[in-house]
Design a protein around this ligand. Structure first.
Ligand code: SAH
Ligand code: SF4
Length: 364
């Protein structure tokens, strides 16, 4: 049988070849059903080999939708004045953390819009300490709270957080500039990623896929960016237009099936290139198809962030339209997830922090 160039490239990747930019572009350009199924199968093999068929869970607590930023794509941007703003109380956050402990999730993610004031930094540090205390150190804590000063990052690390997610959104500075107001700087974000790593966090970054004017070369550069920054975790998801945003208003027809496929291709090629990192199958995938997160796992992802937020807060944390699970509570989210993961024959890594093998030498 004649092997295609595409097939040969996948085999080389599985045998340990380092994928260069032109290889990544070729792999990301899969279009035919044969290429796509070969790509996903190869990425899945790579995942089993390096991180196993165990899904790592991080209970996601969306602690506030107040944000000082105005990213052109995001539904909770400062300029969306129609949105009711909330911040969970300390007790509500601790209750969500207790629930994550009871569910044996192993770790939580505290996520919010960005706030850079001192009061916020201290309040978050206090909450991190309390979560550590109430769980006897058992819950791992990941933060996803945007750009902060080095001092604040250090304060939160010393309080007990050990992983931080900050997406670069696009590693192409020109694309980045188009997606953000002029006072949001690519270089500043890159500096934050460097600061986080130096402080000792396991660092996660990622991009949105399917952005207007983004092509396979941009995505290949994104993967090279992840490699250059030696990141431990990748959180990527499809861009989903939100009508209350400048980009959402400009966007023409949105094709969910195409967006989902694009995100899966990016997950698969990232797994083939980076091998032993944690890759999230994000909620945005599930917004595009009921089994979107399972499709993400089957394309090479190994982390899921089940929502722990109280049902009452969920509609107000709409980063994009069609966010799933808005009428569910944490218990229902867990039941649905367990069923879905069992369906694809994977296991859940209960009770573990679930750090990526890539970050083991850096573990505290
Ligand atoms: N404020 C923090 C964390 C909350 S936003 C931060 O910006 O890092 C978390 C992620 O949501 C962002 O990194 C972005 O990639 C994603 N997001 C925002 N708007 C989106 C949209 N319209 N479609 C898909 N993802 C979106
Ligand atoms: Fe704020 Fe994050 Fe949304 Fe930007 S992406 S507006 S920083 S919540």
């Amino acid at each position: 049988m004649v092997r295609t160039h595409y097939e040969a490239l996948l085999e080389a990747a599985l045998q340990g070849a380092r994928l260069e930019k032109h290889d990544l572009i070729t792999l990301l350009s899969a279009e035919t059903p044969e290429e796509l199924s070969m790509l996903f199968a190869a990425a899945y093999r790579m995942k089993l080999r390096y991180v196993g068929g165990v899904v790592r869970l991080r209970g996601l607590i969306e602690i506030s939708n107040i944000c000082v930023k105005n990213c052109h794509y995001c539904g909770i941007r400062r300029g969306n004045t129609a949105l009711a703003r909330y911040t969970m109380t300390r007790e509500e956050i601790l209750d969500a953390a207790r629930l994550a402990l009871e569910f044996d999730y192993g770790s939580v993610v505290l996520q919010a819009g960005e706030r850079c004031d001192r009061e916020w930094a201290d309040w978050i540090a206090g909450i991190i300490r309390e979560i550590k205390e109430l769980s006897g150190g058992r819950l791992g804590i990941t933060l996803s709270l945007g750009e902060e000063t080095r001092e604040t990052y250090r304060k939160w690390f010393e309080a007990g957080a050990h992983r931080y997610l900050l997406r670069i959104e696009s590693s192409n500075p020109e694309l980045y500039a188009k997606m953000h107001p002029a006072d949001h700087h690519f270089a500043r974000r890159e500096q934050c990623l460097a600061d986080l790593g130096e402080i000792g966090y396991q660092v996660g970054t990622g991009v949105m896929t399917g952005l207007p004017r983004q092509d396979a070369t941009d995505l290949a550069e994104d993967i090279l960016f992840f490699r250059r920054h030696d990141v431990d975790m990748i959180g990527m998801g499809p861009y989903i237009p939100h009508p209350a945003t400048p980009m959402g208003r400009e966007c023409g027809d949105f094709d969910p099936a195409r967006a989902l496929l694009g995100a899966r291709k990016m997950i698969a090629v990232t797994r083939l290139a980076l091998r032993d990192v944690n890759i999230a199958s994000t909620t945005a995938l599930q917004a595009l198809a009921p089994d979107g997160r399972e499709q993400g796992l089957l394309s090479g992802a190994n982390v899921i962030m089940p929502n722990m937020s109280p049902a009452a807060n969920r509609p107000a944390y709409a980063l994009y339209t069609g966010k799933p699970g808005l009428d569910e509570n944490a218990e229902e989210t867990r039941a649905a997830l367990e069923k879905a993961i069992a369906m694809i024959g994977e296991k859940i890594g209960y009770g573990e922090w679930g750090d990526a093998p890539h970050s083991v030498p850096k573990r505290r």
